[in-house]
Design a binder for this molecule. Structure first.
Ligand code: ADE
Length: 350
């Protein structure tokens, strides 16, 4: 059996399985193209259960392209707070503005036109085109890659762009149209998320494609797909300054470019500073602290960097003017503070 024949035989089995096993998720069941788009962007780096409350809140506050195009950046980031990868939110808004200008506020239906919008790559374009418009366009994410590489027992490296391109082309030639296109895109993801799980988590006993799966036949299902080792993250030591004056805390806004662009943060500097070094730094900033004491440690993993943070609680006799001073309640309600600082946000209330 060729690879094309194998996948061709799997598709009707998968569609039948998915019709029965489809989980009711908030963006399913005749969603608008806008709803598909927002959900796919959220789901790119975020687990389904984590994304659901964000999705519901986002759609309630920004129910259509127009509302997204017009919302303030501050409010947009606040809606995204905690999801991470904030450029996703900024690109959503950039694309919303382009959709209003170029298409009168309605998403275009072709994958080719969708791909030209900010933040929409091959995956998202294929997902919107198939899920919202019934176009015969595959959307190949990590789950779909795993399903297809196992089905065909290909040992191609899942992290190589060429592998994704191969899977996309193979699927494109076999894709149905209309409701089945949506069902296939969704069903492939669903199988990868609930049955064809990574490594030893794989549940072949529950798989509708088990009889067709070459990896299973070869006993290789847990070993596939093959992945090259990603580069290890660069470790960065940082010192976080929790500056308190009365019931207010000091925050500042990050630069418009780079990691966590435009988000609010507690002042922090590179390096693992001692209490003496912190005191000296504050004197430089124009504040003479009343006290400086260690206040816990935390780690945060970004895609390419790991922050190892140590915090200091610092009592200040007056507010340092270059920083912004807010109560814990104000920070929680009005400022987009990234998850990297969550541990300290929690301590403020304690
Ligand atoms: N992962 C990415 N997109 C998804 C979707 N529409 N449904 C379920 N899981 C997904």
């Amino acid at each position: 059996m060729t690879e094309t024949e194998r996948i061709g035989a799997a598709i009707p089995l998968l569609l039948a399985w998915h019709r029965v096993n489809r989980r009711p998720l908030p963006w399913r069941g005749r969603p608008t193209p806008y709803a598909v788009w927002v959900s796919e962007i959220m789901l790119q780096q975020t687990r389904i259960e984590a994304a659901i409350p964000y999705y519901l809140r986002f759609m309630e506050r920004l129910p259509d392209v127009q509302a997204l195009a017009e919302v303030s950046e501050e409010e947009l980031l606040k809606l995204w707070e905690g999801l991470g990868y904030y450029s996703r939110a900024r690109n959503l808004q950039k694309a919303a503005r382009a959709i209003v200008e170029q298409y009168g506020g309605a998403l275009p239906a072709s994958a080719q036109a969708l791909r030209k919008l900010p933040g929409i790559g091959d995956y998202t374009a294929g997902a919107i085109a198939s899920l919202a418009f019934g176009q015969p366009e595959p959307a190949v994410d990590g789950n779909v890659l795993r399903v297809i590489l196992r089905l065909t027992a290909r040992r191609d490296d899942a992290l190589e762009p060429g592998t994704r391109a191969w899977v996309t082309e193979l699927l494109r030639g076999l894709y149905p149209t209309g409701e089945d296109a949506a069902l296939l895109t969704e069903g492939l993801m669903e199988l990868g998320e609930t049955v064809c799980l990574p490594r030893e988590g794989v549940r072949c006993e529950a798989c509708p494609l088990a009889a067709l799966c070459l990896a299973r036949e070869q006993g290789e299902q847990a070993a596939l797909p093959v992945r090259s080792q990603p580069k290890p993250r660069r470790v960065e030591e940082r010192t976080v300054l929790l500056l308190r004056r009365g019931d207010r805390w000091a925050v500042r806004r990050r630069a418009e470019k780079g990691l966590l662009a435009g988000m609010w943060e507690f002042p922090n500097v590179e390096g693992a500073l001692s209490a003496e070094e912190v005191t000296a730094l504050l004197t430089e900033w124009g504040g003479e602290p009343l006290s400086v004491e260690p206040w816990g440690e935390a780690r945060h993993l970004f895609t390419h960097v790991e922050w190892r943070m140590r915090g200091f609680l610092i009592l200040c006799p007056r507010e340092i003017p270059a920083l912004t001073w807010r109560t814990a309640a104000e920070l929680a309600s009005d400022h987009a503070i990234p998850s990297a600082f969550r541990m300290w946000m929690e301590k403020l209330d304690a």
